[in-house]
Design a protein around this ligand. Structure first.
Ligand code: SAM
Ligand code: SF4
Length: 473
């Protein structure tokens, strides 16, 4: 089984993170739930919706699974490794359950549909399996499982967006928050399991998004990230007003909540990001100068097999356009090494495209065949493991070089940094991000700044991952 060599895989530091309430719960809860989340940011945001539903039904969160009445794993199917990790955790929780027989174990999210019978009947690892569109039925499923029945709901929906549910912010820094604006995906990238696990694309009611962002701002949050598998294809029909809302319009409305609320978004499929979006970005200072633009491969032949619907040249032109309209825009990407039939020449095309785009950061993966995808049905996973590994290693090394080069160019520049908390290494330093999404660390000194404040920081030094600076007037 293959693993990625990169540390920047789906925010590896957060994989399996257990959630606790950010604020001590004011309410008394009848029971406790423990939830661990895997995979992309959408899954982490979904866990906050699940927490809200459970809170309303008498369950409070705990960070200690040994005291939980309900253990939930919000799972990811994107690569084989993610599935294996979840399986190992389930075996551990099964053992815990042996000494606490009343405890329930449930699997949520992307693994639900494909592995429901395996987990429930064959391996008898879990009591409940709940798909990403069925979280409203969780309380009923818990009640069912409490009577000893196996509880399952993996139905996908064409409408569910959980628009009316206010997520409970779990383990939040109180400064930055994620806001889900759409669910599912209609693209059929041949390697990807998401359209099968998360269903058809649907956009959330724009009013509820604005309300959620405004509410976060009122509570002291300073940055929202609008989330979806493909945010640029956001499209919502406001039936009451008889007009539609595009992503560019939504972005503008969120930016208008307050100039001191930063706005980010993720992820953009290159085919969907329009000039309208770039124009809105250029117009508002509080929309961050940063785009995550997954390329996957630099070879047009491989891109065609991946069904990405763009060529290498088209992608390069998109990068040019972004930088022409927003010259200081930070760029990051996703890359898959060793997709079916990939030759050395294709691989070199990926490396040269990376040099062309000069990404600030990349999420880099081995190709991992996923059952049921177009690639699994049509192509042979024919690149030997050691070749995938070596190619990924070359991609990671190049990205590390590019990141360091790009960071060095920032030395001497001054950025507005939103302070997110203490630096991981020293409580004497603040840690925050600039508009381009780069992590900036600087001494607290005597400036009287607090978490959630903006600071003007002049960069004096860097590593490949961090800018190091000092507060300036
Ligand atoms: N919707 C986003 C997009 O289109 O770019 C990304 C969604 S996916 C959760 C995140 C990344 O996982 C993808 O961009 C891709 O690089 C990687 N990925 C997806 N399927 C994969 C597979 N079968 N093997 C390896 N990496 C994969
Ligand atoms: Fe998967 Fe492609 Fe949809 Fe992204 S756009 S979620 S890679 S199918």
């Amino acid at each position: 089984m293959l693993e990625s060599l990169s540390s920047k895989v789906h925010d590896e530091g957060r994989q399996g993170e257990a959630y606790q309430p950010a604020v001590a719960a004011a309410r008394e809860f009848r029971k406790r739930f423990y939830i661990e989340s895997y995979g992309c940011q959408m899954n982490f945001a979904d866990s906050e919706i699940v927490a809200a539903i459970l809170n309303d039904n008498g369950f409070g969160a705990t960070g200690n699974y040994a005291e939980a009445d309900l253990i939930l794993l919000n799972t990811c199917s994107i690569r084989e490794k993610a599935e294996q990790t979840v399986r190992n955790r389930l075996h551990l929780f099964r053992q815990v359950k042996e000494s606490r027989p009343g405890m329930l174990i449930g699997v949520l999210g992307c693994m639900a549909e494909r592995l429901k019978s395996k987990f429930l009947e064959e391996e008898k690892l879990v009591d409940m399996v709940v798909g990403p569109d069925a979280y409203r039925t969780l309380p009923g499923l818990v009640a069912e499982a409490e009577t000893g029945q196996k509880a399952v709901n993996v139905l996908l929906s064409r409408e569910e967006t959980y628009a009316d549910i206010s997520p409970v912010r779990l383990d939040s820094n109180g400064v930055t928050a994620f806001v889900s604006i759409m669910r599912g995906c209609n693209n059929m990238c041949s390697f990807c399991v998401v359209p099968f696990t998360r269903g058809r694309e649907r956009s959330r009611d724009a009013h509820s998004i604005i309300r959620e962002c405004a509410d976060l701002f009122e509570k002291g949050y300073k940055e929202v990230t609008l989330l979806g598998q493909n945010v640029d294809s956001y499209y919502w029909l406001d039936e009451a007003a008889d007009h539609t809302v595009t992503f560019a319009q939504l972005l503008e409305r969120v930016a208008l909540i307050d100039p001191s609320l930063r706005v980010r978004f993720s992820t953009s499929h290159p085919k969907d990001i329009t000039d309208d979006v770039l124009l809105v970005m250029a117009r508002y200072d509080n929309i961050c100068r940063y785009i995550h633009l997954p390329v996957q491969s630099g070879s047009t032949r491989i891109l065609q097999l991946m069904n990405r619907t763009y060529t290498r040249e088209w992608y390069q032109a998109k990068v040019d356009r972004i930088l022409a309209m927003i010259p200081d825009c930070g760029l990051s990407t996703d890359i898959i090494a060793g997709f079916c039939t990939e030759t050395e020449e294709d691989h070199q095309d990926t490396l040269s495209l990376m040099r062309y785009a000069r990404y600030d950061m990349s999420y880099m993966f081995f190709y991992s065949e996923r059952p049921g995808t177009l690639a699994a049905r049509r192509y042979t996973d024919d690149i030997p493991e050691e070749v995938k590994k070596r190619r990924l290693d070359e991609i990671v090394k190049l990205q590390n070089r590019l990141s360091l080069e790009k960071n060095k160019e920032d030395i001497g520049r001054t950025f507005i940094v939103l302070i997110e908390g203490d630096s991981k290494k020293s409580a004497a330093d603040w840690r925050g991000r600039n508009s381009q999404n780069k992590v900036v660390v600087f001494p607290k000194g005597v400036s009287g700044l607090r978490k959630g404040d903006y600071a003007r920081v002049k960069i004096e030094d860097c590593t490949g991952a961090t800018l190091i600076g000092r507060v300036t007037e």
